[in-house]
Design a protein around this ligand. Structure first.
Ligand code: ATR
Length: 285
């Protein structure tokens, strides 16, 4: 490593609940680096001053909700996919103090799907998103760039799904795209009949008592169900009872962190150390 990182961070608001410090500090220690990774709560109106301080004080930082889009104007450069998706989760501070932004969320989701469902190629199944907010948008362009051939979006606000589909159509004209209202049972049934990988990307499920955002009576064992939320949601519970292969968002959190660390250190990340730290932190150990 030519330039080992010194100080790393995750910013968000709130951010105290973040599992990233546990995961990254375990990895840094395993790599024998003295760098530390801290959580910093940054309010929206503090983003610019934070970004300016980061140029001198940090080697890199992760960005979590609600700042993945708002950070972009304060960066010096942004990768093409992050630019299109309007989402940055990983910022590298270059030796001359420039801020370079990219997103590792799409990579994280791809690696998690591969691990959970043996999904080697994204073209092997349609991907049906339940939800079309920032989380879906953050990964959609990466999926399209990495072999996805059919993306479907079911959302409460259909115009948001249409806007994303239109944005994807320009750089990826061969991509097969479909949008539907989340409560349109007929359209959902038709989509589910294609045996897609279902990707839950709404915020419904973050609270323990949240219901499933999609009608669970439609689930069949042929579906693979991935929930971006990293807890056992109502959707995942039904998926398990129906017999669907299913996974929560921990895999995505892990692999987006692996990629971020590899960007900062230019070294292979200790994946299993990070996975164990993540599981320990999630279980409150
Ligand atoms: P973001 O700022 O990332 O878009 P958000 O507003 O919390 O985040 O919404 C994330 C996703 O959860 C969206 O797809 C949102 O649907 P809308 O686009 O219709 O707002 C979805 N969502 C939030 N609450 C929901 C609910 N009660 N039922 C269904 N979908 C919901």
């Amino acid at each position: 490593m030519t330039n080992p990182p010194k100080r790393l961070a995750v910013i968000g608001d709130p951010v105290a609940h973040s599992l990233s410090p546990a995961m990254h500090n375990a990895a840094l220690q395993a790599l024998g680096l003295t760098a530390e990774y801290v959580a910093i709560r940054v309010a929206l109106d503090e983003l610019e001053s934070f970004a300016n301080r980061a140029r001198n004080e940090l080697s890199g930082f992760n960005v979590t909700v609600p700042h993945k889009n708002a950070i972009i104007p304060y960066l010096d450069s942004v990768s093409p996919e992050a630019e299109m998706s309007g989402s940055v989760n990983t910022v590298t501070v270059t030796p001359d103090g420039k801020l370079r932004g990219e997103s590792t969320d799409g990579y994280g989701l791809r690696a998690a799907l591969r691990e959970a469902f043996n999904l080697e190629r994204l073209s092997d199944a349609p991907l049906l998103f339940i939800g079309c907010g920032g989380a879906a948008r953050a990964v959609a362009f990466d999926l399209a760039a990495n072999g996805a051939t059919r993306l479907m979006f079911a959302n409460r606000t259909v115009s948001k799904a249409e806007a994303l589909a239109n944005a994807l159509k320009k750089p990826y004209p061969d991509l097969s795209l479909e949008v539907m209202p989340i409560n349109d049972i007929g359209a959902l049934k038709a989509a589910l009949a294609e045996n897609p990988v279902l990707i839950q990307s709404t915020s419904v499920g973050l609270k323990p008592d949240d219901p499933s955002p999609v009608n669970v009576e439609l689930l069949t064992p042929e579906l693979r169900v991935f929930d971006m939320i990293y807890r056992d949601t109502a959707l995942l519970k039904v998926a398990a009872s129906v017999g669907c292969p299913n996974a929560d968002g921990r895999g995505m959190l892990l692999w987006q962190g692996v990629k971020a660390l590899e960007i900062w250190t230019q070294t292979q990340a200790p994946v299993e150390v990070m996975r164990q730290a993540l599981n320990r932190a999630r279980n409150g150990a």
